[in-house]
Design a protein. Structure first.
Length: 286
């Protein structure tokens, strides 16, 4: 009687099959991740478009009826324009937009390098820059929306500029203890305490090196000023004060600050400052 031979796969054949499956699985994961990232960026762009369209519609109400209110609370008859905070709060609370990267985060935030966020910043009186950044394309997309409070009430203008969030997105948040300036250029510096309160009126124009927090040697370590009759060294790591950059230099190199009168507060956690007179919040270093 002949023996029945049971054919099967050899170990080598099984290893080859497993290798092929691993490659196919890896390709599928990469393709899926690329698809989901593209979908999230598309959703962020859609959110920005909806915000711009809503702002245009709200501002149009004031052109049609001066007795109207826009963004729920701001009177068209007011001599002051709506603050970015007013617009941001209305957008986050009333438009029902979702952050495609994290549904628990608001869409409108001050830092456009937070994935899925859109920022609203007043660039000049009554004109607002609505922007988001694409980490994948390393591009910042801006839409400049003007209102009746602007000296140049015109059609919305959209632009794109190169903008790299890669280094920013993975970096730890700033802190009082290890403060670093928000950009590598020159800017207007002001002295604040641990809570971000200005302790001395007046701004100083300085290069980025001036703002570094130094150990007890070298650099600006020996630079001091006088507060309440006492010498303070705001760039020393053990000082209760810091010399921080509020606003950066303009493209032409001019350096000025709206906070020289002491009417601002700095937030170390996200490198923003708030004008306590107008209630507007700005990204530091811009």
């Amino acid at each position: 009687m002949q023996k029945k031979i049971v054919k099967g796969f050899t170990l080598i054949e099984l290893l080859v099959v497993m290798a092929i499956l691993s490659i196919l699985t890896g390709v599928g994961v990469v393709a899926y991740n690329g698809y989901t990232l593209a979908a999230k960026e598309t959703a962020t762009k859609a959110n920005q478009t909806k915000i711009v369209n809503n702002m245009e519609s709200e501002f149009a109400k004031c052109k049609l009826d001066k007795d109207s209110k826009i963004f729920d609370t701001h009177a068209c008859s007011s001599s002051s324009r709506p603050s970015p905070n007013t617009i941001s709060n209305f957008t986050n609370n009333k438009l029902g937009l979702k952050n495609p990267y994290n549904n628990t985060l608001p869409v409108v935030q001050s830092d456009i390098c937070t994935s899925g966020s859109v920022s609203i910043v007043e660039k000049e009186v009554g004109t607002y820059d609505v922007a988001y950044a694409s980490v994948k394309k390393q591009t910042k997309y801006n839409s400049l929306v003007s209102s009746g409070w602007s000296s140049n009430y015109s059609k919305t203008k959209s632009t794109e500029i190169a903008y790299n969030c890669t280094a920013i997105a993975g970096a730890p948040k700033n802190s009082f203890e290890n403060y670093k300036p928000p950009n590598s250029g020159a800017g207007a510096g002001i002295i604040v305490d641990k809570d971000g309160n200005i302790v001395q009126n007046g701004a100083h124009a300085c290069s980025a090196d001036c703002f570094q927090t130094y150990p007890n040697a070298g650099g600006m370590n020996n630079w001091y000023t006088v507060v309440n009759g006492q010498k303070i060294y705001p760039t020393r790591s053990d000082s209760p004060y810091r010399f921080v950059m509020f606003e950066g230099a303009s493209p032409s190199g001019n350096i000025a600050s709206q906070c020289g009168g002491g009417n601002c507060k700095y937030n170390f956690a996200d490198d923003t400052f708030t004008n306590t007179t107008s209630g507007q919040t700005f990204k530091a270093g811009e």
